[in-house]
Design a protein around this ligand. Structure first.
Ligand code: AMP
Ligand code: ZN
Length: 144
């Protein structure tokens, strides 16, 4: 995709600080990290949504992300890491080339997700919503 910043990084038109690369994915340093060492793992093919990424590529992204998280613990003495992916503008996705954030974390880093905890009105409300989602899950279907 000509106007996609991450496609341009993959094409070598825009520089990046590479951490890992193979035939399917590229991992590089985020320019505005939550913590030093924050990286992005992206598919080499352009996909706006994670939902259109084939299973083998998605699996590789997750595998590289989790191994990079372990590397952050070993190399940076992180206590743990977050894997984070925003899909869609409403979810906070700014760059429209699907990407997995891997963020090294320490107990004292002072960063907190703004994570709220609502309550369901009843068990039946929760069960009905679960059933609606469950019915629509179609493995193997790739869609934006
Ligand atoms: P998101 O909000 O999930 O779409 O995240 C986009 C991420 O891409 C942000 O964390 C940015 O700091 C990062 N980013 C944008 N442009 C670049 C770039 N040229 N090189 C590295 N990271 C970038
Ligand atoms: Zn792209």
């Amino acid at each position: 995709m000509k106007n996609c910043i991450f496609c341009r990084i993959i094409a070598g038109e825009i520089p990046c600080t590479k951490v890992y690369e193979d035939e399917l994915v590229l991992a590089f340093m985020d320019i505005a990290p939550i913590n030093p060492g924050h990286i992005l793992v992206i598919p080499k093919e352009h996909h706006t949504s994670v939902a259109s990424i084939p299973e083998n590529v998605g699996g590789r992204i997750f595998h590289v992300g989790s191994r990079a998280g372990v590397a952050m613990k070993r190399a940076l003495h992180a206590d743990g890491f977050n894997l984070h992916l925003s899909d869609g503008t409403c979810a906070g996705q700014v760059v429209m080339h699907a990407h997995l954030h891997v963020v090294p974390r320490s107990l004292e880093d002072g960063f907190h997700w703004n994570w709220r905890q609502l309550k369901y009105a009843s068990d039946s409300e929760r069960n009905a919503i679960a059933a609606q989602i469950s019915e629509k899950i179609k493995l193997g279907e790739l869609s934006e």
